[in-house]
Every structure is written in C-alpha cells, then in structure tokens.
Design a protein around this ligand. Sequence first.
Ligand code: C5P
Length: 226
Amino acid sequence: SEFYALVPAAGFGARMGNELPKQYLDLAGRPMIWHALSTLCANPNIRTVFVVLAPDDGYFARYDWSHCAGKLAPLYCGGKTRAESVENGLLASELDADDWVLVHDAARPCLSAHLLARMIAELRDDPVGGILAVPVADTLKRADAQQRIAHTEPREGLWQAQTPQMFRAGLLAQALARSNNVTDDASAIEALGLQPKLVASDTSNFKVTYPQDIVLAELLLRQENN
Ligand code: C5P
C-alpha cells in the first residue's frame, strides 16, 4: 500500500471575518495553504497530495506550485461541510481501499516535517490508524444554562485532536458515508466501533481560526525557515 495526503480546503473561514477564504490569507509571504501543502509534498513517503477545493475556487490556480514536483492534485469537488469535502475528495481520488490517506486541514500551516514523518512511522503497521493530538492543558469547566460553572471536568486522559488523521482510504470513505456531519475523520471511524491511536504532537500544529492566530503562526513559520 501507498501513502497519500488529502487536504480539505473548501471552507470560507467565517470566524476569520475576511472576504478572502482563510486558506488563502497571507502568512509569512505565502497563502496559508502553501505551508502545509509544501510540507506534505516534501515527505518522501507521500505520493500525491490531493487538495479539495470549492467547485468555483478561483484562487488556487493563481499560485506557482512548481516546487511541489508534480505531486499536487487539485480536485474541485468541495462540499458544504468539511466531512463532505473529505468524502467527495476520497471518491474523486480513486485510491485503492488499502492505501493510507493522511487528511490534513489547510488551516494547520505549522505542521512540522518531523511530526509528519513520525506519525507515518508510528502508524504504518497499525490495524486502525490514528491522529496527531495533544493532551489538554487548560482546566475544563462545564457551563450551566446561565453560563455559570456547573462543575469542573477532570482533564486527565483528555486530548485535543489535530490533523493529519491517517486511515485506510476504503475504511475512511465507508465511515464518512455512514456518519453525519462529524468535525473530524476519527469521529467517523470511532462510530464504527474502532479505536484510532493518539500520536503525541505539539501545540505548534494548531488550527488557525481567529485573526490573532495569524501572528503566532507567522512567528513559528519564520523561525522554522531560519
Ligand atoms: O473552518 P475550519 O477551520 O474548521 O475548517 C477546517 C478545514 O476544513 C479547512 O482546511 C477548511 O478549508 C476545510 N473545509 C472544507 N469544506 C468545507 C468546510 C471546511 O474543505 N465545506
């Protein structure tokens, strides 16, 4: 079996409050999506990086992708939700059922090459697959209807899911077809009764969601390039 990546990039990024879709915002002199795509394409195990774009995306084709050495495959089949975009992309990619696919958010630009390599090494013989994740650092409060603290949730054993999330293409397609509006790929696999592995990541692989996240992402990216 082979390794592939699939990057859903068909969202609008409503929480960013910008006209330009989030994945194309300038980040250290490049569109946000450029960073993760470059890291994925540079991994020697990954054969092709599928990018799932909105059917009417007019941005992707404007950039020069020649440094990705022909590994990039844009698919203009994004859906209404992230899960739908991944599902459509998997169908369009025509991968074999037992190919590994690493699904990664365009909005996680600070994925490091060494974490990516470590994840593939840790999961390549796993029966289910798994995800990058970090143990929860903050104390967690459960709110009541008045937005007062009902109780404190024990954070022991709780992890925050990141991407990539790495599964067999056939299993993931099946899982997503059966699930309803899941917020990550692992949730769909879990609904089949399977238990994806948690691979310890670090917080620099955060998802750029709010305007202030841009500042930190730029700092981390500039550091890495020096
Ligand atoms: O908006 P959010 O950051 O949660 O989106 C996560 C990822 O899913 C982003 O890379 C976004 O472009 C993608 N997405 C998508 N299709 C949608 C919604 C989001 O590919 N309909």
